[in-house]
Design a protein around this ligand. Structure first.
Ligand code: ZN
Ligand code: ZN
Ligand code: FE
Length: 688
C-alpha cells in the first residue's frame, strides 16, 4: 500500500528497504492461510516470534498494523536469500546466503539486478509461487528463457514500475490504469503503442502486451534496482503447476534459472497471477474481462443470486482444461483459482491439493457432486468414483449457466457458447452452439454444421488438416486456391480423405475454435501452432492489423455471410440436442478462396472472416427474438476472448436493442465451467 511504500523508501523508518513490509491494508492473505479464522499461529508466520516493536504495533488498536498477521521487520521477520546455480556445488538449502539486515538484503537485490542486466534468468519467490525473471529488452535472454522453459511462442508478461511507465509502451485508458493500480495487481492486457518497439520474442505479432505493476516489496525493490522492464513469467516448466517451494524450485528450475532469490516465508496456497483486460463495451462502457482469475481474487465468493435460497451444498469439479473447481452453498460459489490443464499428473495433484484446502478452509463437506459429461476428463472420473450422487452438465450449457448465474438471469436466454471443444451428447465434439437456456435445461437451437476432424485431437496441432477437412466438407477442394493450399501444406491429403470418407478416427465437430484454426491455416497465417489457441490468436491479430492499416477507411468487413440451412437430422429426432437449423460457413470459405485468388491481403480476409461471425450472431439474435421474444443474449466460451469479435458483436447487438450478458468475475473460457456446473447443481437440488 502507499503507506508501506513510503516507509520502504524512508531511511529513518525501521523497515527501510525491508522486503516483507506490510500492514493490515496490504500484504499476503490467502497464500499463507492454513485455517480460518485468519490468525498468525495458523500461518507460516508462526515460526517468527515478533520483536517488542512489532508486538507493540500488533497490539495497538490505533496502529495501522493492529492485528496485521504477517507483521514483521528485519529484527524478527522473514528474510530473503540468494543462491546461484553452480555446477560444482549444485543447489541446496545449505548453500543459500540469507540477508540478516538491510545491507545484506540490498546486496542481494544489486547482485540480482546485475545478473539480469547481463542477460541472466533469476527465479524470484513471489506471493503465490515463483516467477522467472529476465530483462524484457534482451532478445538473447528471452530466447534462453523460452528454450529452457519449453515455451516457444506464448507471450510473456512484463512488470513496469508505474502507470506512467506503462504509457510509454502501451495505450492505457483510465479503466486500464485503475486495474493496474488495483490492490489485486493483476496482469492487464494493454494494446501496444504503434510507435513503441519491443524485443523479439516478447509478444511478437500480438496487438496486446500483458503488463503488471509490482505487487510485493521484493518486486518493488528488484524493479527499482534494475530500472527497466522485467519479464515476469510463472516459475514452471511448460504446463506444470507454478512452483511454490525451494525444494521443487531447485529440482525443476535448476536448468532454467541462473540464480534464485528465495525467502523463508512458506507459501501455503499456490496462486498464479491473474490476467484481465478492458473491453470497449460501447454504450455499456468499459467492461473488465477476466482472462485468468487467481491471485488477488480467488477464493472470494461469486454470488449465485438467482439461487440465493438454495440450501444445497455441493462441489462442482469443472472441466479438463483451464480447470477450476467450485464449492457452493446458499447462493454463494467459491470458485477456486486457475489450476491448469488436468492432462498432467502434477496438475491433477494441484487440483486435489486445492480441493482439500478449500474444503478445509471453508468447512465444506459436500454430499453432492457435479461434473461434465466427458467420460475421459480426470475430474469426471474422480467425481464418478466417489460413491456420491452426481449431476452431469453438458459443457456448453455450463458455459451459458455461468453467464446466467453471474448476471442473475433466470432465463430464458439465448446463449452463444463458442469454444474449442466440449463433449456433445450426440457423440460429436461441440463448440459452436446456440442454446436456448433457463436454469434447468436447454434446447439446442442452432449450431455450426459439422466438419470432420481427421485424427481427432491430433488435428488441433495441425490446423492445415482441419482446413482440409473443412474444404472437403464444403465441397471446395476443386477451387484453384484450395488445390494450391493442399499441394503446399497437406502432404497426406489422400490419407485424410480416406479417413474422412471411411469415418476412421475422424470425429465431427461444430467447434468455432476449429473453424478459426482452419481459416488461419488456409490464409497461411499459422500452420504450426506453438501453444494452444495460437492459430486463432494470430488470425485475430491479423484482423486488428487490417483495421489499423485501413486507418479509418472502410474495411468492408461484413462482406462474408454464414448461411442458415435446415438441419435434416431433426426429421428423425426431436431430442433437445438436435438443432432445428445449422449455420453453414461454406459460403464464407468460398468467399475467402475467391479473395485469395484476387490477392486480397490475408489480414483483410481475416477481418472479413471475423465479420461473418459478427453478422451470424446478430442474425441468430434477430431470429430468436422474432420467434420466441427472447431479447437477452448470453455470450460464453473461449472464442469471446477474441477482442476483435467481441467488441463488434457487443456494438451491433446493442444497436439493435438486445441485452447482452457476459461473464463478469470469471473468464469466458473453461475456467467458468465449474461455476456453471454449480449453478445447475444448486438448481437441481433446490427443486428436490
Ligand atoms: Zn501496507
Ligand atoms: Zn519486528
Ligand atoms: Fe469450453
Amino acid at each position: 500500500c502507499a503507506d508501506c511504500l513510503r516507509e520502504l523508501d524512508d531511511p529513518a523508518d525501521r523497515r527501510y528497504r525491508y522486503p516483507f513490509i506490510n500492514c493490515t491494508n496490504c500484504g499476503p492473505r490467502f497464500t499463507i492461510m492454513r485455517k480460518l479464522p485468519y490468525d498468525r499461529p495458523e500461518t507460516p508466520m508462526a515460526q517468527f516470534e515478533m520483536c517488542p516493536a512489532c508486538q507493540a504495533e500488533y497490539n495497538d488498536p490505533a496502529d495501522r498494523r493492529f492485528h496485521a498477521q504477517p507483521d514483521a521487520c528485519f529484527e524478527c521477520g522473514p528474510e530473503i536469500g540468494w543462491i546461484e546455480a553452480d555446477a560444482q556445488k549444485g543447489l541446496s538449502p545449505e548453500g543459500i546466503s540469507w540477508a540478516k539486515n538491510v545491507d545484506e538484503s540490498d546486496a542481494i537485490f544489486q547482485r540480482a539486478a546485475q545478473l539480469i542486466k547481463k542477460g541472466g534468468i533469476v527465479a524470484v519467490k513471489g506471493l503465490g509461487g515463483y516467477h522467472l525473471v529476465c530483462d524484457a529488452a534482451n532478445e538473447t535472454a528471452l530466447a534462453a528463457l523460452r528454450a529452457r522453459k519449453h515455451r516457444p511462442g506464448k507471450a510473456f508478461a512484463v512488470m513496469l514500475s508505474s502507470v506512467e511507465e506503462a504509457r510509454t509502451v502501451c495505450q492505457v485508458n483510465d479503466a486500464e490504469a485503475a486495474q493496474l493500480r488495483s490492490p489485486a495487481r493483476p496482469i492487464v492486457l494493454l494494446r501496444k503503442r504503434s510507435d513503441a518497439s519491443f524485443a523479439k520474442g516478447l509478444a511478437d505479432e500480438l496487438p496486446e502486451l500483458g503488463v503488471m505493476l509490482p505487487t510485493t516489496p521484493v518486486q518493488h525493490l528488484l524493479l527499482h534496482e534494475f530500472g527497466g522492464m522485467l519479464v515476469m513469467t510463472s516459475g514452471n516448466i511448460h504446463d506444470e503447476p507454478i512452483v511454490i517451494d525451494e525444494e521443487t524450485a531447485f529440482s525443476q528450475l535448476a536448468g532454467v534459472a541462473d540464480a534464485f532469490l528465495v525467502n523463508n516465508r512458506e507459501i501455503v496456497g499456490r496462486y498464479d497471477d491473474s490476467v484481465v483486460r478492458i473491453i470497449d463495451g460501447g454504450a455499456a462502457g468499459d467492461i473488465v474481462q477476466f482472462i485468468r482469475r487467481a491471485r488477488g481474487y480467488a477464493p472470494l465468493p461469486v454470488a449465485v443470486p438467482c439461487l440465493e435460497n438454495s440450501k444445497a451444498e455441493l462441489l462442482a469439479v469443472g472441466p479438463e482444461q483451464k480447470s477450476t473447481l467450485t464449492y457452493a452453498r446458499s447462493g454463494k460459489a467459491f470458485v477456486s483459482q486457475h489450476v491448469g490443464d488436468l492432462e498432467s499428473a502434477a496438475v491433477f495433484d494441484a487440483w486435489n491439493e486445492t480441493r482439500a484446502r478449500y474444503a478445509d478452509l471453508l468447512h465444506f463437506d459436500p454430499k453432492h457432486l457435479v461434473c461434465d459429461y466427458h467420460p475421459e476428463y480426470l475430474s469426471t472420473k474422480w467425481a464418478l468414483s466417489q460413491g456420491m450422487p452426481v449431476t452431469r452438465v453438458q459443457h456448453h450449457h455450463a458455459h451459458i449457466l455461468s453467464v446466467m448465474g453471474e448476471n442473475n438471469l433466470e432465463g430464458p436466454v439465448c446463449g452463444f457458447a463458442f469454444d474449442g471443444t466440449g463433449y456433445g451428447l450426440d457423440g460429436a465434439i461441440w463448440g459452436g452452439e446456440v442454446l436456448l437456456s433457463n436454469l434447468q435445461a436447454y434446447e439446442r437451437f442452432v449450431n455450426f454444421a459439422y466438419i470432420p476432424l481427421p485424427g481427432g485431437a491430433a488435428a488441433i496441432k495441425d490446423p492445415a488438416r482441419i482446413a482440409y477437412g473443412a474444404l472437403w466438407s464444403f465441397d471446395l477442394l476443386e477451387h484453384e486456391q484450395a488445390q494450391r493450399f493442399v499441394s503446399e501444406h497437406v502432404p497426406h491429403a489422400e490419407v485424410f480423405q480416406q479417413m474422412i470418407e471411411k469415418g476412421l478416427n475422424t470425429p465431427e465437430t461444430s467447434s468455432v475454435g476449429r473453424i478459426f484454426d482452419a481459416a488461419s491455416a488456409l490464409l497461411g497465417i499459422c500452420l504450426q501452432p506453438r501453444y494452444e489457441g495460437e492459430a486463432a490468436i494470430l488470425l485475430e491479430a491479423a484482423a486488428h492489423r487490417a483495421k489499423d492499416e485501413a486507418d479509418g477507411a472502410a474495411l468492408e468487413d461484413d462482406r462474408y455471410r454464414v448461411e442458415f440451412i435446415k438441419n435434416t437430422a431433426t426429421e428423425n429426432s426431436t431430442a433437445a440436442d438436435t438443432s432445428v437449423l445449422l449455420m453453414d460457413v461454406a459460403p464464407v470459405f468460398a468467399a475467402m478462396l475467391d479473395d485469395m485468388q484476387e490477392e486480397v491481403p490475408a489480414s483483410v480476409i481475416a477481418a472479413r472472416f471475423h465479420g461473418a461471425f459478427v453478422c451470424a450472431i446478430v442474425d441468430v439474435a434477430e431470429l430468436v427474438r422474432a420467434t420466441y421474444g427472447i431479447e437477452v443474449m448470453a455470450l460464453a466460451g473461449g472464442v469471446f476472448m477474441n477482442r476483435y469479435l467481441l467488441e463488434r458483436v457487443l456494438a451491433r447487438l446493442q444497436e439493435r436493442g438486445f441485452t447482452v450478458a457476459l461473464n463478469k468475475e470469471l473468464p469466458p473460457n473453461d475456467a467458468s465451467i465449474s461455476y456453471g456446473q454449480a449453478v445447475l447443481g444448486l438448481q437441481a437440488q433446490h427443486e428436490e
